[in-house]
Design a protein around this ligand. Structure first.
Ligand code: 5GP
Ligand code: ZN
Length: 113
């Protein structure tokens, strides 16, 4: 198994895991871009958002719901936060196990870079 995020789920690579349930695991990004930067991933290996379909799309909802739980836990509920899911080269995806970025603790510019 060479997927870094599958190895984090299996506790073979250390990570600061701050939330998990039957379907998803959340941990702090090793290179944070905001005061709070958490990645939410499904336990099932899905390559990226392009791989969501009618069979597995329930997991996309579970990622967003887990992000809401993490946002409350991290104190982001009042001021808000940004969710980002990158796909492929133009999207800036660098790890090919789908992940939802939760960014908060500072004002987020729009449009993104
Ligand atoms: P992407 O660019 O694919 O949307 O985001 C991948 C994210 O994963 C990056 O923000 C990167 O810092 C983070 N990342 C990559 N490898 C690891 C790791 O081994 N541990 C942690 N905690 N974060 C990682
Ligand atoms: Zn994986």
């Amino acid at each position: 198994m060479t997927c870094t995020f599958c190895q984090i789920i299996e506790r073979k690579i250390p990570a600061d895991i701050i939330y998990e349930d039957e379907y998803v695991v959340a941990f702090r990004d090793k290179n944070p871009m905001a005061p709070v930067h958490v990645l939410i991933i499904p336990r099932e290996h899905i390559a990226g958002p392009l791989a969501f379909d009618g069979e597995n799309s329930e997991l996309a909802g579970r990622l967003i719901a887990a992000a809401a739980a993490v946002a409350r836990q991290e104190g982001l509920a009042d001021d808000g936060y940004r969710l980002v899911m990158n796909q492929g080269r133009h999207g800036g995806q660098s790890v090919f196990h789908v992940h939802l970025h939760v960014l908060g603790g500072r004002y987020m510019k729009w449009p993104p870079g």
